[in-house]
Design a protein around this ligand. Structure first.
Ligand SMILES: Cc1cc2nc3c(=O)[nH]c(=O)nc-3n(C[C@H](O)[C@H](O)[C@H](O)COP(=O)(O)OP(=O)(O)OC[C@H]3O[C@@H](n4cnc5c(N)ncnc54)[C@H](O)[C@@H]3O)c2cc1C
Length: 382
């Protein structure tokens, strides 16, 4: 309920939450989108029970890696852990599981400057939920972490809740940021396509957090002295499931990843014929490409390989133009690193406007042809 708070699970009393409706952007810019929130939260925050216990204990990051390479979200987790450390004055450890693990652990210690603990077990070459739950569940109680930071990716969201149950911990998923209130530490996350922001805290000693990719600027690799490394060799956990194969998608999305300008279509196009408007707008720029939201791709208006977002491609063009896209966080994750963002939407409260540099509140079927016509007229005159 907006502006209200209560225990998420009154029986277990492990998490408290407050959900606050975002006010409409007073000024449309990325900065305004971020700044307007904290005062609003503070005035409504009521939970006092988490104060204190987080001061004595550690913060753990569980690294993600694939085929010997550390994935980018791990550096975002390291940066997030640093933010937590600044608030809690608690030591940070990075855990990495694998077989073999020494080389990736070494790489991580060099790139982050953090203490790295490697857990090596036969068969850990590939991820399984059971193995991560068992090995982390055995190891973590020995160091009693306050926070276990896990990526909100297809692996992280798979094992995080199971690990939390195993540890008797709270679990807060899809975290986007951390705030320090008078009453303690709290975490923010979005609901309903970013229209509502929840501020959540934990009432128990250990909390598993999954961090939403693209929300925290990653730690610059290699900026510190290498941290110490410890490797624990353990027995392979017995498992009911077994990894067979990981299949790579065949399609290439090079046109999107190489483009300097991307014009993306959303469900707000209303019909397939309007895709030509988006293509004509993209054609005004050299090195441009057309992208789309998942809805536009699912409707068959845009090819799936051109989908931008968590289950599509992550892009960082110089200019991103979002046409009739609401700005669900799954879409924002894929494009919010763009240099300059223009959004066209009929709804002045569309979440896409929270990340846009220029917000055009208009019907795209009226705005885009008018813009192209004005541009071509100016070109002829010059
Ligand atoms: C596991 C999972 C993964 C997902 N992965 C992705 C992903 O990778 N990428 C992705 O994009 N989504 C993804 N989604 C879907 C996502 O949650 C949203 O549903 C989707 O992004 C919405 O697409 P949209 O903005 O085009 O449509 P809508 O949310 O329907 O928004 C349409 C917008 O168009 C505006 N509009 C309507 N008419 C006009 C007009 N005439 N002119 C201008 N504006 C107009 C409306 O105001 C509205 O804001 C995922 C969802 C899940 C559950």
């Amino acid at each position: 309920m907006p502006g209200d708070w209560k225990d998420a699970n009154p029986r277990k009393r492990s998490c408290a939450w407050a959900i606050l409706r975002n006010r409409a952007p007073e000024k449309c810019s990325r900065a305004a989108g971020r700044k307007r929130l904290p005062g609003y939260w503070v005035s409504l925050w009521k939970d006092r029970s988490s104060k204190g216990h987080e001061m004595e204990r550690s913060i753990v990051v569980v690294a993600e890696h694939f085929q010997g390479e550390i994935t980018p979200i791990t550096y975002e987790l390291a940066a997030f852990a640093r933010q937590l450390q600044q608030l809690l004055a608690a030591p940070v450890k990075i855990l990495i599981l694998g077989d073999p693990v020494r080389e990736v652990a070494q790489d991580l210690a060099e790139k982050t400057g953090r203490e790295v603990v490697g857990i090596q077990a036969p068969g850990l070459r590939s991820y399984t939920c059971e193995a991560y739950k068992k090995l982390l569940g055995d190891f973590l109680p020995k160091i009693s972490p306050s926070y276990v930071c896990v990526p909100h990716t297809s692996t992280g969201w798979d094992y995080a809740p199971a690990l939390a149950v195993r540890l008797g911990a709270a679990c807060i998923t899809a975290v986007e940021g951390v705030v320090r209130l008078n009453e303690g530490i709290a975490f923010t996350r979005s609901f309903f396509n970013g229209k509502i922001t929840a501020v959540m805290t934990s009432k128990v000693q250990t909390t598993v957090l999954t961090l939403q990719p693209g929300k925290i600027r990653p730690l610059e690799p290699g900026s510190a002295r290498p941290g110490p490394i410890t490797i624990h060799s353990v027995e392979s956990p017995s498992q009911l499931s077994r990894f067979i194969e990981r299949k790579q998608r065949r399609e290439q999305s090079s046109s999107l990843t190489e483009a300097e300008v991307i014009v993306s279509a959303g469900k707000g196009l209303r019909k397939k014929e309007n895709v030509s408007l988006v293509s004509r707008l993209a054609d005004l720029f050299s090195r441009s490409a057309v992208g789309g939201s998942r809805s536009a791709c699912d409707l068959g208006w845009i090819e799936h390989r051109q989908q931008v977002g968590t289950t599509g491609v992550t892009v960082t063009p110089k200019l991103y133009v979002a046409c009739g896209i609401s700005g669900a966080f799954q879409h924002l994750v894929g494009m919010s690193g763009s240099g300059f963002i223009v959004a066209i939407n009929t709804d002045p409260n569309a979440p896409i406007f929270n990340v846009a540099d220029v917000c055009i509140v208009d019907d795209l079927t009226a705005f885009i042809p008018a813009f192209i016509e004005a541009y071509e007229r100016r070109l002829m005159a010059s």
